[in-house]
Design a protein around this ligand. Structure first.
Ligand code: HSE
Length: 418
């Protein structure tokens, strides 16, 4: 496609993002992109657009030769994959915002792109308005990406902000997030970390060439965080955030997870409130860089879809440089995590799994400890996700070997404390 070529769009979905895109496109006539048809599931629903625009037949879009771009913003991951595969096989460029679908079908989507040579752009699928995918693809085209720490889910960040700053309870904060159009149709995807891990799979792919299914990544959400955790955080001058983190280890592998984390007040991610997202990248020579922007909502998400549509004018596609032009990285399951656990009863916590327990508060009704354990003591286990347990990582949670812990232990022993 060249800069003068008209983009004729077939749009799937007219919810928060689809309607947002429709309005945004009306305000950007210079783009020479127009929506020819919109495919929807429920024709009875009142829509703020001319009735003749809508159809319920997907093939009206997928087999229309005039339509050269399919934009897919529905939330049924299986239907979305079907649409995307047919569109690419029919010679159409695709823009998608379906994080679940992309994360769960990453190998097939990569293969379809390689086979058809067509663009598949998905900037809106991670951190909405923050152009993180294109940045990771184009700017960090090297081996120097040391770590990425990120808030990738707007709804959970919104809920945590409302709970701890405005003293709303969890369910009221969630209702508000739903009313504002931030939450998924099934909000458990947000609150229990599924949406965040899906986005993390996509980001790990563009950052490190990693191709992994979400089920292979250690994650949880904010469902078990309670008020007493916030009190401890406050005492220690921390915020609690749901942080997606990736860190390159000395053996070249990558430690990656999505878990609640204590964030120091002077860290950039502590500044990220409400539905905003943030990404802190540490690279070889630049040191730290911080990207910040709205991570959910109609227009912020539509803005990323719009940017992808604009990029199609010059036939932009991801090259997946870290995957195809460098040696792709692998995930590591061999590192330790320093973490805080709070729980009602000691019986929920396998104390012997810990390498070291550094702090122990058992007097209160809600007990907690700070300690270090190997990540294999969490992977595939469920005790730490049970209702009565809340796990929060400490700042700088990744420990590669225990030398440092042993040194600490030794100095405490010498001081007669242990
Ligand atoms: N439910 C998602 C979130 C929407 O809260 O981040 C944006 O992807």
């Amino acid at each position: 496609m060249d800069a003068h070529k008209k983009l004729t769009i077939g749009l799937f979905g007219f919810g928060t993002v689809g309607e947002g895109l429709y309005k945004v496109l009306q305000q950007t006539p210079s783009l020479k992109a127009s929506i020819k048809k919109v495919c929807i599931k429920n024709p009875a629903k009142q829509r703020n657009a001319p009735a003749e625009l809508f159809t319920t037949h997907k093939n009206d879009l997928l087999f229309d030769d005039e339509i050269n771009v399919i934009v897919e913003v529905i939330d049924d991951a299986n239907a979305a994959f079907d649409i995307v595969s047919t569109a690419l096989q029919n010679g159409k460029a695709v823009v998608s915002a379906s994080k679940k679908m992309i994360a769960e079908h990453l190998p097939e989507i990569l293969e379809l792109q390689a086979k058809t040579g067509l663009p598949f752009l998905c900037e809106a699928a991670a951190c909405a308005s923050i152009p993180v995918i294109r940045n990771l693809e184009e700017y960090y085209d090297n081996d120097l990406l040391h770590s990425i720490r990120s808030i990738v889910n707007g709804s959970t960040n919104f809920i945590l902000t409302k709970m701890f700053e405005d003293k709303l309870n969890f369910s009221d904060a969630l209702i508000l997030a739903q009313q504002l159009g931030f939450a998924e149709s099934n909000p458990v995807l947000d609150t229990e970390g599924f949406d965040a891990v899906n986005k993390w799979v996509i980001i790990l792919n563009h950052a490190y060439g990693i191709v992994e299914h979400p089920s292979q990544i250690l994650f949880t959400g904010i469902q078990n965080i309670c008020l007493s955790d916030a009190t401890v955080a406050q005492e220690k001058h921390y915020d609690i955030k749901l942080v997606a983190q990736a860190k390159k280890l000395r053996d070249g592998k990558v430690a990656a997870f999505v878990l609640p984390q204590f964030v120091k007040h002077d860290e950039p991610l502590s500044f990220v409130k409400n539905e905003y997202n943030g990404v802190v990248i540490e690279s070889g020579f630049a040191d730290k860089q911080f990207f910040y922007g709205k991570g959910a909502g109609s227009f912020p998400t539509a803005s990323a879809v719009l940017s992808d549509i604009a990029a199609l004018r010059y036939n932009y596609k991801y090259e997946y440089k870290k995957l195809y032009h460098h040696i792709p990285h692998q995930l590591s399951n061999d590192f330790y995590l320093r973490l805080y656990l709070s729980f009602d009863d000691l019986k929920y916590v396998p104390r012997d799994d810990f390498e070291w327990i550094e702090e122990w508060h058992a007097a209160e009704e809600r007990k907690y400890l700070l300690g270090v354990l190997h990540v294999n003591k969490l992977i595939g286990k469920t005790w730490w996700k049970e209702k009565n347990v809340s796990l929060i990582l400490t700042p700088d949670p990744v420990i590669e070997n225990l030398d440092i812990i042993n040194l600490k232990k030794r100095s405490l022993e010498l001081a007669g404390i242990m």
